[in-house]
Unconditional design. Structure first.
Length: 175
């Protein structure tokens, strides 16, 4: 039943669906160079997708509340973390960077900040390699105690599976 509205009942209107000008036979937009596929990955790798999503969330939790060394260990031995102004190479350097952010009050439990990860996409390049991208949002508390949006952007990640599971080989932070 239509819901009442100030100008009368609201009715659903079905808009015509027009394929994107660069769409394939299915009507879905084809990914451009540098983009991830917009077609759901039908490789039967739901467990890998879940493990990768969990890895991305784990890094966020560890950056906010956990041990920086555990966060650094989520990278491969030669993994890189590229921010807007710095690049950190390897787990030890990434750990030092996270520790430095905490010492400055920019991250960690005392900072009151929280990273929120959403819209995770994963494309598999092979049995032990994948690329992902997701949105990140950084929230914190203002002086009045109210929540505040501090920053947002995307993570573009290259991942490799090692003996311990999926690890970040390269993380690019886009603001």
């Amino acid at each position: 039943m239509p819901q009442p509205h100030a100008r009368g009942p609201v009715r659903a209107v079905r808009a015509p669906v027009r394929p994107h000008r660069r769409s394939g036979p299915s009507g879905r937009r084809r990914p451009q160079e540098g983009e991830l596929s917009t077609v759901p990955n039908r490789t039967g790798r739901a467990d890998d997708h879940t493990e990768i999503s969990d890895l991305l969330s784990r890094f966020a939790f560890l950056a906010d509340e956990g041990d920086p060394a555990e966060a650094g260990a989520l990278f491969t031995t030669d993994g890189t973390w590229e921010t807007h102004d710095s690049t950190f190479q390897g787990p030890a350097e990434i750990t030092r960077a996270l520790t430095g952010y905490r010492e400055k009050g920019l991250a960690g439990p005392a900072s009151g900040t929280r990273h929120v990860i959403t819209n995770v996409e994963v494309d598999f390049d092979g049995p032990d390699s994948a690329r992902s991208r997701c949105y990140w949002t950084l929230i914190g508390r203002g002086e009045d105690g109210a929540g505040r949006l501090l920053a947002f952007g995307q993570y573009h990640d290259d991942l490799h599976r090692e003996g311990a599971g999926w690890r970040l080989a390269r993380r690019r932070v886009l603001v």
